[in-house]
Every structure is written in C-alpha cells, then in structure tokens.
Design a protein. Sequence first.
Length: 100
Amino acid sequence: MFGYFESSKQDCSSAAASSTTPRTCKNSEIDKITEDSTTTTLEALKARIRELEKQILRGDRYKCLICMDSYTMPLTFIQCWHVHCEECWLWTLGNKKLCP
C-alpha cells in the first residue's frame, strides 16, 4: 500500500536521521502502541464508571445541600444556579436573605 513493502520498512528506533528513505514503523510496533493506548483508555473509562456507580449508590448526585436529603420540589436560584428543595431554600432565604 502506498508503495511500501514489508521488506522496505525500517525499525523506528534504528532508522537513521540522515537517511533519504522514508521512516516507517513495523506493523508490530504500531500495534503495540495502539494496544497500550487502548488499554490505558479502557482502564480510565472503567475507573470512571466505577466512580459514577458509587455516586449513584450513595445518592450523592442529587442531594439538597441544606437538608442533605433527596430533593423535594427542587428549585433553582437563577442568579447562581444552585439547586435546593423549595422549602429549604425559602427557609434559608428568610433567615439570611442570601443564597445558601
């Protein structure tokens, strides 16, 4: 393909910088690099999935930061985009006049 034959390929590490022959890698070297990259990516994705599963099991994702419970009638304050239970937000706003 593209005028290169297996016999004309050079080892990436042994190719001379001054050589006029195009520098190419052996398929086995490319496969090894690709395999290592794929393995690293897969491990990172698996770790992220485990982290998200733990968050879901703990219920951390959707929790009112005032009452520390699941939202009941969630309300979003548009100046800061914080989300709280409507009752919690109104109670806190009545006391502090600021978004918690």
